[in-house]
Design a protein around this ligand. Structure first.
Ligand code: SF4
Length: 188
């Protein structure tokens, strides 16, 4: 599992989240942990004292020694789709501590940053069509930018999707256009 999950992570780092998300989808979200390899293990053995997102992974491995290796070995025998689900759930829930999918918290730091900046185009389209979705601040900005740039879009539907009033969305769209105009180079 180890190299596979790292391949999925590598794609995500390159901006392609589809392989990781598709792998996670193979283990349904409901009761996903039932088939995890760590069922029955002490959860505390997966949360290492020195491991956090600001830490150097090599340092954590050196200090935690066999405790870390044991937990990481259990993850290595976890089915890939379960590990992928474990990793995506940790990102969704912004878990900053603990071993997940065979990765120390210290090794997930950059991936977490990339996740926060990620823009799910399907979710953005759904909101533009009026469907309520939980969006990150980057995705909300993408919706506002689309409304500002494309006057063919229905601001009423997008406002519904965002859970705000149409007037407020139009105000945000105007502010976005103004900001973009201020950034544009002055032409002769
Ligand atoms: S990847 Fe590790 S922490 Fe995640 S469910 Fe599997 S064994 Fe548990």
């Amino acid at each position: 599992m180890k190299s596979d999950i790292r391949d999925l992570m590598h794609s995500a780092h390159q901006g392609d989240w589809a392989p990781l998300l598709q792998q996670a989808e193979k283990t349904p979200r409901r009761n996903w942990a039932d088939s995890a390899q760590c069922v029955g293990e002490d959860p505390d053995s997966f949360v290492l004292t020195t491991d956090d997102m600001g830490q150097n992974p090599e340092y954590v491995r050196r200090i935690e020694g066999e405790t870390a290796l044991r937990a990481l070995r259990i993850c290595d025998s976890c089915p890939l789709s379960v590990a992928a689900r474990c990793l995506t759930e940790s990102l969704r829930n912004d878990e900053r501590f603990g071993i997940r999918a065979g990765l120390l918290a210290a090794e997930r730091s950059k991936l977490r940053q990339a996740w926060v900046r990620r823009i799910d185009l399907d979710a953005v389209s759904a909101v533009l069509g009026g469907e309520r979705q939980r969006l990150s601040k980057y995705e909300r900005r993408a919706v506002i930018a689309r409304v500002a740039d494309d006057r063919a879009l229905d601001p009423g539907a997008a406002a519904r999707g965002l859970g705000i009033s149409r007037d407020y969305l139009l105000q945000l769209a105007r502010a976005h256009r103004k900001k973009q105009g201020a950034k544009a180079p002055v032409s002769n």
